[in-house]
Design a protein around this ligand. Structure first.
Ligand SMILES: Cc1cc2nc3c(=O)[nH]c(=O)nc-3n(C[C@H](O)[C@H](O)[C@H](O)COP(=O)(O)O)c2cc1C
Length: 157
């Protein structure tokens, strides 16, 4: 299975999560990672991945606007190719307390669920709180993320 993990990072925390996610995948998965600012939706669509994991960050009270726009464009590109991504998941990094960002999480997940060229979206979104704006991700959040990653991979099987 081909997997793409995308993120929109400023200080590298989103990228770290993507790399941790990649390490959880067994070797039979071909996993690629990249920033939505560098990787075009058309190049990912043309690669015809089975799995998409999309990360983003909450900044200025806005939940992952670049990642949302990216997935909208990806959906258009997939339509052009008449190719459907089978599985998707999402994660958000944030500075505010976890209970304060649930609305952002739901709306971000909805963007994936609404994308007509994505067949199944994992019902749970991973959130990871950073200690300071620049990071690092809180220790307990790393443990939560590792459990989420394993659950996500089991869900694919
Ligand atoms: C300009 C700016 C605004 C931010 N606003 C918010 C915010 O409204 N809510 C929040 O939870 N975190 C906020 N943060 C913290 C970011 O979520 C955090 O820097 C980011 O998740 C770290 O991930 P990154 O290293 O991948 O960019 C803000 C950070 C910056 C730099």
């Amino acid at each position: 299975m081909k997997v793409w993990i995308l993120y929109d990072t400023q200080f590298g925390n989103g990228k770290k999560l993507a790399e941790a996610f990649k390490e959880h995948f067994p070797t039979e998965y071909e996993v690629k990672t990249g920033d939505v600012k560098d990787i075009s939706p058309s190049s990912v669509a043309q690669d015809k991945p089975d799995v998409l994991i999309l990360g983003g960050a909450i900044r200025m009270f806005r939940g992952a606007p670049k990642s949302k726009k990216w997935v909208k464009n990806l959906n258009s590109e997939l339509k052009n190719l008449n190719y459907k991504v089978k599985y998707a998941g999402a994660y958000l990094t944030h500075g505010l307390a976890t209970d304060k960002i649930q609305g952002h999480g739901k709306r971000f997940l909805k963007k994936l669920q609404k994308a007509s060229m994505i067949e199944n979206t994992h019902s749970e979104l991973l959130t990871a709180q950073v200690e300071e704006q620049e990071g690092p991700i809180k220790k307990e959040e790393i443990q939560k993320a590792q459990k989420y990653m394993q659950d996500f991979i089991n869900w694919l099987k």
